[in-house]
Design a protein around this ligand. Sequence first.
Ligand SMILES: [Zn+2]
Ligand SMILES: [Zn+2]
Length: 359
Amino acid sequence: MKAAVLHKTHDPIQIDDVTLDNPASSEVIVRTMAAGVCHSDLHLVEGLITAPLPCLLGHESAGIVEEVGSGVTDFKAGDHVIACLSIFCGKCERCLSGRPNVCLNRPVRDSADTPRVTLNGERVEQFANIGGYAEQMLLHENTLVKIDKDVSFEVAALIGCGVTTGVGAVLNTAKVEAGSSVAVFGVGGIGLSAIQGARIAGAIKIIAVDLAEHKLAKAMEVGATHVVDASSHDPVEAVRDLTDGGVDYAFEAVGIKETSEQAYQATRGGGVCTIVGVLPEGVNIEIEGLSLLSEKRLQGSSMGSNRFRIDMPRYIEMYRQGNLMVNEIITRRGNLEDINDLYAAQKNREEARSVILFD
Ligand SMILES: [Zn+2]
Ligand SMILES: [Zn+2]
């Protein structure tokens, strides 16, 4: 089957004809129908995070179950599903305390096991244990949530990472209170989802910060009340001016040291700054220690602190009710062969979200 494989950092991604193993007892084969182009894979392409290569990229995918392993009872051929990288064991201390997104014992095949994907007999890794830029995915069943069949696959795919990460950071990680003020630094697919999470939570001032005018316009469309063009304004000063000294909740959705520090500086005393973007390996964030005396908090968020089998069906219902705009985030569509062009657009931060469609 066709798959988008990264063989060497900085090289173009290749479309290879790879082979899938048979499903083990708790594994499922899914026919991929749509896959979103999320920034995290680009980090691997650019060497900002490291992982074994060659690697089949993609982690924001939805599709149809084709085959299930002998021990799988919750899924059957024909089910529509979303894949989520927050694979959980369901047994560890984190899972049992309600935080499966930070599971301590993810049920994945490791390097000693037979590889799920091979190219000419050689192991190919699956990015985030998914490898969603391929015609089929071989996954552990705890990677999947079943969804209703009336939802389009491109919408489902985006809920698989970007929407869940952005909305979940607001509702689950930061638990934004109604009536509060929020600033979102970076309004690509995840930032636009965070803006919507803030609207759903009832924030009364929602400030979008970005360098690109068209993204700021999009942010207003989905729920921002104010915008700050960071290409012409100091974003920290601008957010402070709009909020009488800083927001109650700031979110960083870019994955850059500078914007992370700006988001913290734009948070008022007693407020919470949540880093949603994936920062490159080895990059440190600097904050003034004395600022902690004002009870400001700086925290991370992994995939929107999701319990994805609960959250994703809820997000789908919010989408149906018109509270969560997903189609509006999709600004470009392409085929698997377009992957390098789509990543170039992602790197230049031209698109909110691109989606690869499979026929
Ligand atoms: Zn992602
Ligand atoms: Zn676990």
